[in-house]
Design a protein. Structure first.
Length: 193
């Protein structure tokens, strides 16, 4: 059992007979007689629908234990991504709706922990930040009211995002997966030495 103040992103819980995964949780401490509250964004693991929920700080919550298996990504289509257990060669399909934006960052032969609930795959534990190669960029654009100059870049995985003007085609950048946002230029092995 958990209480509302212990909720964290990635936690699975049972609420109103359904299993939900916490996408984000923000705890706000109360003042005076007002107790603290956790505002959480939840995703239903069966349907993929999302909703906002508010929990009192000491409200008891039924936690659900997720099973994680390291599986190798094989391929994906518009609806599903297929993973394989490297030991048994058993294949598992996961709906892309459950993967969210992480589906765009999967590359063949990448091994990631796939989460299972009651024997059914419900998602992937993906790194918060990944390195991706830039395929092409456009000219920088300065928009009125902004101090920063950004330009569009198309990544090898087909995703388009905004990057600083010094990033060029062929470079590797670090991207925050959930927001699909530029973080920094990835360090090359030559520069680390």
């Amino acid at each position: 059992m958990l209480v509302g103040s212990q909720l964290r992103a990635g936690t699975a819980l049972r609420l109103q007979g359904e299993t939900w995964k916490v996408l984000s949780a923000d705890y706000h401490g109360g003042g005076g007689k007002m107790g603290g509250v956790t505002h959480a964004r939840l995703r239903n693991v069966r349907t993929g629908t999302q909703r906002e929920w508010r929990f009192r700080a000491e409200e008891p919550i039924e936690a659900v234990e997720l099973e994680k298996q390291p599986l190798q990504y094989l391929f994906g289509d518009a609806d599903t991504s297929t993973f394989m257990n490297p030991g048994t060669f058993e294949q598992t399909e996961v709906d892309n709706a459950l993967l969210g934006k992480a589906a765009a960052f999967l590359t063949p032969e990448m091994t990631v922990p796939v989460e299972f609930c009651d024997g059914r795959p419900i998602g992937v534990t993906f790194p918060e930040i990944v390195d991706v190669r830039v395929a092409e960029t456009t000219e920088p654009v300065h928009t009125q009211g902004q101090d920063n100059v950004w330009k569009e870049a198309r990544l090898e995985n087909g995703l388009t995002l905004l990057v600083p003007p010094f990033i060029g085609a062929g470079e590797t950048i670090r991207v925050k997966v959930e927001e699909a946002a530029y973080v920094e230029r990835a360090r090359s092995e030559k520069r680390k030495g």
